[in-house]
Design a protein around this ligand. Structure first.
Ligand SMILES: Cc1cc2nc3c(=O)[nH]c(=O)nc-3n(C[C@H](O)[C@H](O)[C@H](O)COP(=O)(O)OP(=O)(O)OC[C@H]3O[C@@H](n4cnc5c(N)ncnc54)[C@H](O)[C@@H]3O)c2cc1C
Length: 395
């Protein structure tokens, strides 16, 4: 394994730690894009979710894995009926859910902004992403994987040769899992736009002020949504909302800080939890998300099938990347499995246009999503057109 920096330095070590069974960035997105095979995708997703929990246990990884379930909270009256629709949809695919009114929601997590919630008890957990990445690194090493960190791959050539700074590696096959980073195969660049997501973490809080006894992960229902959770030592991780795309899609440590987003996140945090006024943020960071137009992993092969890739998780890859890696290895080995036959695996997303159109389209879409949040959820012409074409943009 050749890793440009250190294992876990990418999104895997800096995400919100929401572990979700869905392979399709939510059941609703799966239903609109892969209706004919969603039953199978949901089952494979559940097996993968259970498999991840089992791996963590059997490999002895201390990743603070908590089977908490999650709460999706309504902040606007118009969102409350959508919770019931979502409960019905999830129920159809075997999830255990419970609808909570405002009072019961606030009894779970105390915020004056909550008007109701959908509590999904199954297929959703929390993990410490950095500890998970570290634990998997140790387990891979123990299993005999040779790991070369600080070894950026510069180029792939036919035979297959992997050109890294320290020399050339000849390989029978190559699995690329380069996420939002500079693509080593040109096709990847057409489908993936690196979008930055940012998060804050507070100092440990007085839990009596917020309740949160069952420690669920929480997210709201805006197009620009927040996600938040407790850490093992009772800090609150608070992230999301802005999805920052920059012209040309640069990725690098210089973009890990973004003061305007941190200021907005901080303001939204205290609106949600006014009782925590005075609490300070001890950590802040950003990370690149491999956004694609269908919001879920896609696969491909290059160099005569000797290279396979899996990316495009669009901000929901903690569990799904385990599935993606398995499928991509099967593609590389030419093994036909239930998963490799899926339309989701065989079909690619609609590509993004090249620059400068790419920036223009993404910024316009972000702008219209924000406007829809302000205008009672009304999606307007541009978003409706994208919806009809099965296109979109999300972090
Ligand atoms: C702030 C943030 C919050 C998120 N929250 C959640 C969440 O709560 N739940 C969820 O499910 N998902 C979340 N995600 C998404 C999730 O983290 C990713 O989908 C997942 O970690 C992707 O894993 P990966 O292995 O494909 O990519 P990464 O973890 O990004 O790994 C890619 C690796 O490839 C290396 N690399 C790239 N190019 C080269 C090269 N040329 N040579 C050698 N190495 C190279 C990089 O250094 C990096 O280590 C979040 C992402 C971010 C950024």
């Amino acid at each position: 394994m050749l890793e440009a920096t250190r294992c876990g330095n990418g999104a895997s070590g800096r995400n919100g730690g929401f572990v979700q069974a869905s392979l399709t960035h939510g059941t609703g997105n799966g239903l609109s894009r892969f209706p004919d095979e969603l039953d199978r995708l949901e089952r494979l997703g559940r097996e993968n979710f259970d498999g991840l929990a089992r791996d963590v246990r059997d490999l002895g990884i201390d990743a603070e894995f908590e089977a908490t379930g999650d709460l999706v909270v309504a902040l606007e009256p118009r969102e409350v009926p959508d919770l019931a629709d979502e409960a019905e949809l999830l129920g159809r695919f075997g999830y255990e859910t419970e609808l909570l009114d405002a009072e019961r929601t606030r009894a779970e997590v105390n915020s004056p902004t909550f008007l109701g919630a959908l509590w999904t008890r199954t297929g959703s957990a929390l993990v410490h992403p950095g500890k998970l990445a570290d634990g998997l690194r140790v387990a891979a090493h123990r299993a005999g994987v040779r790991i070369h960190e600080h070894s950026p791959v510069r180029e792939l050539r036919d035979s297959v040769s992997v050109i890294a700074d320290a020399g050339v590696v000849r390989a029978r096959g190559v699995l690329l899992a380069t996420s939002a980073y500079s693509p080593l195969v040109p096709a990847i660049g057409r489908y993936v736009a690196p979008v930055y997501d940012y998060a804050l973490v507070t100092e440990p809080i007085d839990r009596a002020l917020v309740g949160w006894g069952r420690r669920q992960g929480v997210s709201d229902m805006g197009n620009q949504f927040h996600y938040y959770r407790l850490t093992a030592d009772d800090r609150i991780l608070w992230g999301g909302y802005d999805a920052v795309y920059r012209y040309g899609g640069p990725v690098g440590p210089h973009l890990d800080d973004h003061d305007p987003t941190f200021a907005k996140l901080s303001q939204h945090f205290f609106t949600t939890f006014p009782q925590l006024e005075g609490v300070r943020f001890s950590h802040r960071w950003g990370g690149a998300i491999d956004t694609c137009s269908r919001f879920s992993v896609f696969f491909g092969r290059a160099l005569g099938g000797r290279v396979a890739y899996a990316l495009g998780y669009t901000g929901l890859g903690v569990a799904a990347s385990r599935f993606g890696a398995r499928v991509a290895l099967d593609l590389l080995d030419g093994r036909s499995t239930e998963a490799t036959q899926l339309a989701m695996v065989r079909r690619r997303p609609v590509p993004f246009p090249p620059e400068p159109l790419r920036s223009a389209v993404i910024q316009l879409t972000r702008n219209r999503l924000a406007a829809a949040d302000r205008n009672d959820g009304r999606r307007g012409l541009w978003l409706t057109a994208l919806d009809r074409l099965g296109l979109g943009f999300d972090s």
